[in-house]
Structure formats: structure tokens, C-alpha cells
Design a protein around this ligand. Structure first.
Ligand code: FNR
Length: 381
């Protein structure tokens, strides 16, 4: 169907499912164990009710806000998700072009299927990217990557993912191991520093990695360090980057509190990796509520971003009402690519932006900063 006939994110997912390979679908769709957290991520939003106010002028409505001090047109960013070229040859650079059109931030995965240089090559002036890091057991590989990122001014912050020191048990992905011989593409971390000299996307795609025995996820995680700690990793990282640091994968108020006391940490992402790490881990909404209850000053010290299960503008608005500064979408961007390349990602952002505006107007709100606890019926005491 034409993209304009895809009216919501479920339509996009359905269209993508028909168009991408079974292996790509299994990798993107999969989550750990019984998919309990994956499904809860979304239903947690459905369980929260909104409190619309009446007699409010909503003629002018703006979704503009800031992220780490950068102006953005939407409080929605693309979360780091590996291997976009499994969905469409436009890949991460296609996502970048869609983000440029919507004034949205893109966080590029450590396991992107194009190089960090290729992805920002066509960036608009002022377009904001983050780089996501999986620290490698061979630290020199991560250090080389950080040095590369330092040379690319479009990357304004670093996202350190901590919720998956090992990948979860993703059975859809594992079952797809026999489909297709090889992955058609390599991740930037597997290319290592050698690919600095390869500005050509076709050159990157020409290299292949062997068929993974435990699914795509396990193959990509090979080499990722499981020994990171507060005491050792942050000092190491500070030596190798001057970028603001964002910690991704915070799932408890205790860790949110600790993170907020580290001056070099500017934001945290409440995330359970889209249900792909610990199954039955809490959805971000629950962690938001925990922080509100036990250590609300976290919201004053760091920006709190959330991801997981965002499907509707009302989901975006609810997260913001509870204190999130922005929400990330992972699978939706990949499915958008699968449904229609760069234009498919644009359609995803267009739908989410329009739905967010409608939700704001129906609440009686014209600006993002007005959204607050008064608009949701949850007990935060
Ligand atoms: C991810 N995610 C992820 N996170 C990360 O920090 N580095 C990565 O390389 C990846 N790769 C990845 C691949 C795929 C296929 C998915 C679906 C997810 C997790 C991602 O950033 C985000 O936390 C979730 O995708 C958010 O949940 P939704 O929006 O997919 O429900």
C-alpha cells in the first residue's frame, strides 16, 4: 500500500513484515524469553489515563523542545538499533535524512550497518546525532571508535548502553539461524578502524559476516565487554571522549540516583532494550514512577529519556507528563525503513508528530513544557 494509507505504527509494522526478509523480521521483532517485557512496555502506557482540560485555546500547538540543550522539533528521537540495512539499502543514512526533515535526533548504534562517516555525510547543518557505544573487551577497539567519532562534529553526545552485558535469549532470532546463508552486511564495530577509509556504502555492504549460529543478536554481541562498572568504566571513558555521556538501560530508581550524582552524566535513558535483555524487567513508565517516588531530584540533575513500546502520540505525551524529556523509538524506525526506506521513516515520524499534537490539543496544551502530572491519573505519592 502507498505510505499515506499506512495510518499508524501497527500498519507500518505490518507492511514492513511483508517486505523484509524473514531473518531481518526475526531479528527486529524478537525479544527475550516470553516477550513479557516487550508487550508490557506498550500496555503500561495504555493503563495510564489522560486528564483532558476544557476551555483552553489550542490554536497554536508546538512539539518543539530541547535535548541536551539542542533545539529539536519533536520530543521523539530514533533510538540506536543495529543493522538498519537488513531492512532497506537506505540504512542508517536513510534514517538520518528522515530525521533531518522532522528536526529529530538520531542515536546511531555501535552496530550500525553503515559507518559513522557515511551516516552523517549528508547531514543538514545543525542536525544532531548521538553515538551509542558497546564497550568492547578489547578496549583499544572502542578507543579507536571514540577517536573516530571525535572527528565528526555531528555527533554531539555519547550513549553508553548498559542493560545488555550479554544478550537476552531471543528465540525468534535463534530460530531464524538457518534462514539465508550470510548476513548481507557488517556492523561498524566489526569493521573496526579499518573502515575509516571506506566512504562507499557498497564497499561496506560487500563484506559479509558468517551465518550466526545463535541468531543475529548473538553474533553482534561477540566481543562486547561484560565487566563494566561505575568505578572503572566512567573514568576510562572520560579519558577517551569529551562528549556529554548518556547512560542507557537504567531500570531502577537506585541506578537513576547513582547516575544523577556523576557530573559527567547528562542524561539517562530508562530502557529495557525493547524487552531484548532481561525479560520481566519493568517498562520505563514504572521506572519513571519509582524515580518520582524515591528520588525526584533526579529530574533536576539529568535529563530523563525513555524508550520501549512507544506506538502512539498519547504514549509520547504520557511519558512527558511523568517527567521524561524525550522518547525514543527503536523498532518503529526499522519497520519504517522496511515499509518504504527513507520515506517510510518519514511517515513514522509524521504519524507520531501529528498524533502527539492531537493529544496535546485534546489535553488543552500548546507547549511541551506545560505537560505535567496534572494531565495523568496516576498515583505518584
Ligand atoms: C535494539 N536496541 C539497541 N540498543 C542499543 O543500545 N544498541 C543497539 O545496537 C541496539 N540494537 C537494537 C536492534 C534492534 C533490532 C532493536 C529492536 C533494538 C534497543 C533500542 O535502542 C531501544 O531500546 C528499543 O528498541 C526500544 O523499544 P522499541 O521502540 O523497539 O519498542
Amino acid at each position: 500500500p502507498p505510505l499515506e494509507d499506512l495510518l499508524n505504527l501497527d500498519d507500518i509494522e505490518e507492511a514492513a513484515t511483508k517486505q523484509i526478509s524473514r531473518k531481518a523480521w526475526a531479528y527486529y521483532f524478537s525479544a527475550s524469553d516470553d516477550l513479557a517485557t516487550k508487550s508490557h512496555n506498550n500496555t503500561a502506557y495504555r493503563q495510564i489515563l489522560l486528564r483532558p482540560r476544557i476551555f483552553r485555546d489550542c490554536t497554536h500547538c508546538s512539539t518543539a523542545t530541547t535535548l541536551l540543550g539542542h533545539n529539536v522539533n519533536v520530543p521523539i528521537y530514533v533510538a540506536p538499533a543495529a543493522m538498519a540495512r537488513l531492512a532497506h539499502p537506505d540504512g542508517e543514512a536513510g534514517i538520518a535524512a528522515a530525521c533531518a526533515r522532522f528536526g529529530a535526533v538520531q542515536v546511531v548504534s555501535n552496530n550500525a550497518s553503515q559507518t559513522p562517516e557515511q551516516i552523517v555525510a549528508a547531514a543538514e547543518p545543525g542536525q544532531v546525532f548521538g553515538w551509542q557505544l558497546y564497550v568492547q573487551t578489547e578496549r583499544s577497539k572502542s578507543e579507536a571508535m571514540l577517536a573516530r567519532i571525535a572527528k565528526l562534529p555531528a555527533y554531539k553526545f555519547l550513549v553508553l548502553t548498559l542493560d545488555a552485558p550479554v544478550p537476552g535469549k531471543r528465540e525468534h532470532d535463534e530460530r531464524s539461524k538457518n534462514i539465508g546463508a550470510n548476513l548481507p552486511i557488517r556492523s561498524s564495530v566489526q569493521e573496526g578502524s579499518a573502515s575509516t577509509t571506506s566512504p562507499d556504502p557498497e564497499a561496506a555492504s560487500a563484506k559479509e559476516i558468517p551465518a550466526p549460529t545463535g541468531g543475529v543478536g548473538k553474533a553482534l554481541f561477540a566481543g562486547t565487554a561484560p565487566d563494566l562498572t561505575w568505578a572503572t568504566t566512567l573514568p576510562w571513558l572520560e579519558k577517551h571522549t569529551t562528549l556529554p555521556i548518556v547512560l542507557k538501560g537504567v531500570q531502577t530508581h537506585e541506578d537513576a540516583y547513582i547516575a544523577s550524582r556523576h557530573p559527567q552524566i547528562k542524561a539517562i535513558v530508562l530502557s529495557n532494550h525493547g524487552g531484548r535483555a532481561m525479560d520481566t524487567a519493568p517498562p520505563a513508565v514504572h521506572t519513571l514512577l519509582e524515580i518520582r517516588k524515591y528520588c525526584p531530584d533526579v529530574f533536576d540533575r539529568v535529563e530523563v529519556w525513555v524508550d520501549g513500546g512507544i506506538k502512539r502520540g498519547t504514549d509520547v505525551v504520557k511519558a512527558l507528563c511523568l517527567g521524561a524529556k524525550a522518547v525514543g523509538v527503536g523498532r518503529a524506525a526499522l519497520y519504517g525503513l522496511g515499509a518504504g526506506g527513507k520515506e517510510g521513516v518519514e511517515r513514522v515520524l509524521e504519524i507520531l508528530k501529528a498524533e502527539t499534537e492531537t493529544a496535546m490539543r485534546l489535553l488543552g496544551v500548546e507547549r511541551i513544557e506545560e505537560l505535567g502530572l496534572q494531565h495523568v491519573s496516576v498515583d505518584v505519592t
